[in-house]
Design a protein. Structure first.
Length: 130
């Protein structure tokens, strides 16, 4: 069975296969069949390599998109909303006092914090909590 076939079989059984370091992390709403776990176990290293390659391709695509679409705003002006200096809910909160050289994005601003959390799924790497 190929990696693609194994991942498709997992998807058909409602199992999301993710990469966590050198391990596979499985999430599902219901326990997956033992046969599926055996298939994923036998092909683990090939699946890990394929998922790593996919992650690398996604990262490259994101970097390409940013490089192709980046537009700078004037200094002190938010590119998202156009507000300027003195804005207390700026999308960046400066950490270095007066120089402003080190800033970090804050996920609670400009609507980023309005995203609703996804419902929890059953995880094979965590024990059930009841």
């Amino acid at each position: 069975m190929t990696v693609e076939e194994a991942l498709e079989l997992a998807r058909r059984h409602g199992v999301n296969v993710m990469l966590e370091g050198d391990s596979l992390h499985l999430e599902a709403d219901a326990p997956p069949p033992n046969g599926l776990l055996a298939i994923l176990g036998r092909g683990k290293w090939d699946i890990v390599a394929a998922l790593r390659q996919r992650e690398d391709e996604k990262r490259r695509a994101i970097v390409r998109w940013i490089n192709d679409h980046f537009t700078s705003s004037p200094a002190g002006v938010c590119a998202h909303c156009g507000d300027g200096e003195g804005r207390t809910t700026n999308s960046f909160s400066c950490l270095s006092g007066t120089s402003g050289a080190r800033c970090t994005p804050r996920a609670t601003l400009h609507g980023w914090g309005n995203a609703k959390p996804r419902p929890a799924k059953r995880s094979r790497s965590m024990p059930d909590q009841q």
